[in-house]
Design a protein around this ligand. Structure first.
Ligand SMILES: Cc1ncc(COP(=O)(O)O)c(C=O)c1O
Length: 412
């Protein structure tokens, strides 16, 4: 059984009769499958899916309730590229955060989460046989999105011992005549790496030299620790014509269920991506666009309620990061790990058992009642690792690590 069919086998039996090759070859990512399996494990505690424990803040939900009471447009389709007022606020946000002058009318579209923006962007530029360079390990859905577009993912291993650094030379050596794009997720899921300014600029340079698109997944761009410098691809004017930048409200405002994000790209690209958006979604949920508008209106880059919320969120997640790291330190016979610098994931190497990542994750689930995500769901060099999210509460993190400790004491 190959790696991909392992994932299929933990879901429902598949009957692929009549199913297109395009769809038959892709899978639901392990990130989503493990919580589904865990439904049958009473009292399981999660270090699995990347959902922060906090609810959507009141300054967003109250604005939506008010709009529901007085504005019937909230229950209707919005304009297909998104609410014009929201796009104006997004452009202001991009200017403030990244120094970008985005034309709200032509260079932005509001998507059903960053996920739809990524899928639509990849489908727009990648076609059958095109190669797309991605780091490995990497966010699992990028792999499925490339395959869905009938492209070929070409994996470039990250440099684990250098804090999961980008191997720019490896990227350069992997370019072929068929290479169409590079996908970079920064800050990174699943490793928690934040790529250096130098490496980001070198990837941008490579894209320019080799005429490649840069697909930047920057869903965690607000979540960087230890004052680490962060360079967004959107802030590099030279790549603008080849950039597909995707962003999310999910993590920054604890809005994972609202399904709203956006894309920043040149008008040439946005015009094409909107065809895909129309075919798959028509528009992002209008109610969620109202929520995103309230979120950005409360965020002014200084002392707005949104700014305070984000600051507290980053602070709380930093505390949880330190807690998760200290718990990992006391499991040094089982794991070795690189300290995460961004997002809310850590991706330890499993050193204390010969189990592969899937078997290990299943044992943690069924024997320790801890949900985790096996590393082999994140591309070839994910094997031998496990992804833990520290988005949960400190209590959840402590309970999960207590259980792993106990499991290791009995089994190793
Ligand atoms: C790296 C990365 N990109 C994109 C997404 C999807 O974001 P959204 O909820 O905005 O679709 C996630 C969600 O976990 C993610 O981790």
């Amino acid at each position: 059984m190959d790696e991909r069919s392992v994932y299929k086998s933990i879901g429902r039996e598949e009957n692929l009769t009549g199913i297109s090759r395009r769809v038959a070859q892709i899978s639901v990512s392990a990130i989503k499958q493990m919580p589904v399996l865990a439904r049958n494990v009473p009292d399981a505690v999660s270090l699995g899916q990347g959902i922060p424990s906090f609810g959507t803040p009141a300054f967003i939900t109250e604005a939506v309730c008010e709009a529901l009471a007085r504005d019937e447009r909230i229950g209707k389709y919005s304009l297909q590229p998104g609410l014009p007022d929201l796009k104006i606020e997004i452009a202001r946000y991009l200017k403030r955060k990244k120094g970008v002058d985005a034309d709200p009318d032509r260079e932005l579209f509001v998507s059903c989460g960053a996920m739809e923006a990524l899928a639509a962007g990849i489908a727009t530029v990648v076609e059958r046989g095109d190669e797309v360079l991605i780091p490995t390990p990497n966010y699992a859905s990028h792999i499925e999105q490339i395959l869905f577009a009938e492209g070929t993912p070409v994996y470039v291993p990250l440099l684990e011992e250098q804090g999961w650094r980008l191997d720019v030379d490896g990227f350069r050596k992997s370019v072929s005549k068929k290479t169409k794009a590079i996908i970079v997720c920064n800050p990174m899921n699943p490793t928690g790496a934040v790529f250096s300014r130098k490496d980001v600029l070198e990837i941008a340079q490579l894209a320019l030299e080799k005429d490649l698109f840069v697909i930047a997944d920057e869903a965690y761009d607000f979540l960087v620790y230890d004052n680490q410098e962060y360079l967004s691809f959107a802030s590099i004017p030279e790549v603008k014509d080849r950039l597909i930048g995707t962003y999310s409200f999910s993590k920054m405002y604890c809005m994972t269920g609202w399904r709203v994000g956006f894309m920043y790209a040149s008008s040439r690209i946005i015009d094409q991506v909107l065809k895909v958006h129309d075919a798959f979604a028509i528009c992002a949920p209008t109610i969620s666009q109202y929520a995103a508008l309230a979120a950005l209106r409360a965020t002014n880059g200084k002392d707005g309620e949104g700014d305070r919320f984000i600051e507290n969120l980053v602070h709380a997640l930093d505390t949880r990061r330190k807690l998760a790291c200290s718990r990992l330190d006391s499991l040094e016979a089982l794991f070795s790990y690189q300290i995460p610098k961004g997002a809310y994931y850590v991706f330890p190497r499993i050193i204390g058992t010969p189990l592969n990542s899937m078997d290990f994750a299943l044992k943690l689930l069924y024997e320790a009642q801890v949900i985790s995500i096996p590393g082999n769901g994140f591309g070839p060099s994910g094997e031998g690792h496990i992804r833990f999210s520290f988005g949960g509460t400190e209590d959840e993190i402590n309970t999960a690590f207590d259980r792993i400790h106990e499991w290791a004491r009995i089994n190793l």
